[in-house]
Design a protein around this ligand. Structure first.
Ligand SMILES: NC(=O)c1ccc[n+]([C@@H]2O[C@H](COP(=O)([O-])OP(=O)(O)OC[C@H]3O[C@@H](n4cnc5c(N)ncnc54)[C@H](OP(=O)(O)O)[C@@H]3O)[C@@H](O)[C@H]2O)c1
Length: 386
């Protein structure tokens, strides 16, 4: 029986994980759950899976029924910004499925690896902002970092039995998001609702906007650089509208391997849950005949200016990833709140990388100092009317 902790359990990745686990209760025992402020849903999940430890980043959100359930004393609540990390430090578990959004997920990634336990990472921001730090921790404790992102899960499955030296290149696929056909001169009028309508995937707000700007793919480039130890020239992004080929690998002998499937995050989550084994699950069978028109094209630079910023971060190293992520978190929120336009997200992030000095990223404190500086910068960046 694998004991698992699900962080960000009330979100899209967390709920998908628990749906899978609910049907495989003989294989998994959930021992911890966490969320930011959705106490009601968190307590429902704790009851459904008989979980005794939960964490809430904003414990003041506990009210009503959730408060009554906690008062019974059967469930221990960790509260505050570091609460997910504290839960991991206290819990006895084998695998953590990490579905928290944003830089807030880093302390928990660090705590999991420091404890020497396997980390299944949907929270790509951890690797974007502190890739070198986490990779060296993983090597030191022997705790593996398993991908949950569908693209990285695809690469991971293709290279499972291959030394890294045999990889010539990887091809990360991207749907192109909702604006892949929009006229470039109509980008300034993109609305919040339009940006939140992804053509193929149903995900949380931040990653959905990140798919529209392609910042999400820039993050995935950085994630792949760390996770598979690849140089930026070895990582190519292709637009693949159908989201069926989740990514491809080219080996030194010219062979190409790809992993295919319908866009359903439960598949890469299932791979991570069962690693190094393969589990069984009754997903809808994949019929290649239904997907006979698979297309691939280059990502246009003008349409997706954020993509180049991912490559720039690899070149800059150090705290560049922390700066880019923090600037994007703030800019995305400003766009969702209606205070800036869609193209301003890329402008703010470009400016943050240009203006903020890059430091070494060898401690959590250095990473969070860069994060705080970039947040201030992005909050006060004045955008010009077009
Ligand atoms: N969704 C996908 O299909 C997908 C695919 C690939 C990768 N990812 C990555 O997976 C991560 C989660 O994405 P998502 O789409 O599942 O996001 P989401 O639906 O917005 O869910 C985010 C989850 O994180 C919790 N959370 C937020 N801040 C927290 C904090 N400071 N401490 C503890 N919990 C916190 C939220 O709790 P509340 O509900 O209380 O706010 C919620 O449970 C992101 O890094 C994303 O890039 C997602």
């Amino acid at each position: 029986m694998k004991r698992i902790v699900v962080l960000g359990s009330t979100g899209s990745i967390g709920e998908s994980t628990l749906r899978l686990v609910a049907e495989q209760r003989n294989r998994f025992k959930v021992v911890g759950l966490s969320a930011r402020r959705n106490a009601g849903r968190l307590m429902e999940q704790a009851e459904a899976f008989d979980v005794r430890m939960v964490a809430l980043a904003e414990p003041d959100a506990v009210a009503g029924d959730a408060k009554n359930r906690l008062a019974q004393g059967k469930i221990k609540l960790f509260g505050g910004e570091r609460s997910s990390a504290e839960l991991l430090e206290a819990a006895d578990f084998d695998l953590c499925i990490h579905g928290i959004t944003g830089a807030a997920g880093l302390p928990a990634s660090h705590a999991c690896l420091q404890k020497g336990r396997a980390l299944a990472l949907a929270n790509k921001e951890s690797l974007v902002i502190a890739g070198e730090l986490l990779l060296s921790l993983s090597r030191a404790t022997g705790a593996p970092i398993l991908p949950v992102d569908s693209e990285h899960s695809a690469i991971f499955q293709c290279v499972r039995h291959e030394p890294r030296s045999r990889i010539r290149k990887i091809y990360l696929t991207a749907s192109g998001g909702p604006f892949r056909d929009r006229a470039l001169d109509a980008f300034a009028t993109i609305t919040r609702d339009e940006a939140l309508k992804h053509p193929n995937w149903d995900m949380g707000e931040r990653i959905t906007v990140g798919s529209a700007t392609m910042m999400n793919k820039a993050f995935e480039v950085i994630e792949a650089h760390h996770m598979f130890q690849l140089q930026s020239e070895q990582i190519r992004v292709l637009i693949h509208r159908q989201s069926i080929v989740h990514s491809m690998v080219e080996f030194e002998d010219g062979s190409m391997l790809a992993q295919l499937g319908v866009p359903d995050m439960r598949i890469p989550i299932q791979v991570a849950l069962h690693h190094p084994d393969r589990g069984q699950f009754d997903f809808e069978p994949f019929d290649p005949v239904r997907f006979s028109n698979l297309t691939f094209s280059e990502a246009e630079r003008d349409r997706y200016p954020c993509l180049a910023l991912g490559y720039k971060c690899i070149k800059l190293g150090g705290t560049a990833g922390a700066v880019l992520n923090a600037a994007d978190e703030v800019a995305t929120q400003r766009f969702l709140d209606g205070s800036i336009r869609f193209p301003d997200i890329a402008r703010i992030c470009e400016a943050a990388l240009r203006e903020i000095p890059i430091q070494r990223a060898d401690t959590l404190a250095a990473v969070f100092a860069a994060d705080a500086r970039a947040r201030d910068f992005a909050r006060s960046f004045a955008t010009k009317p077009s």
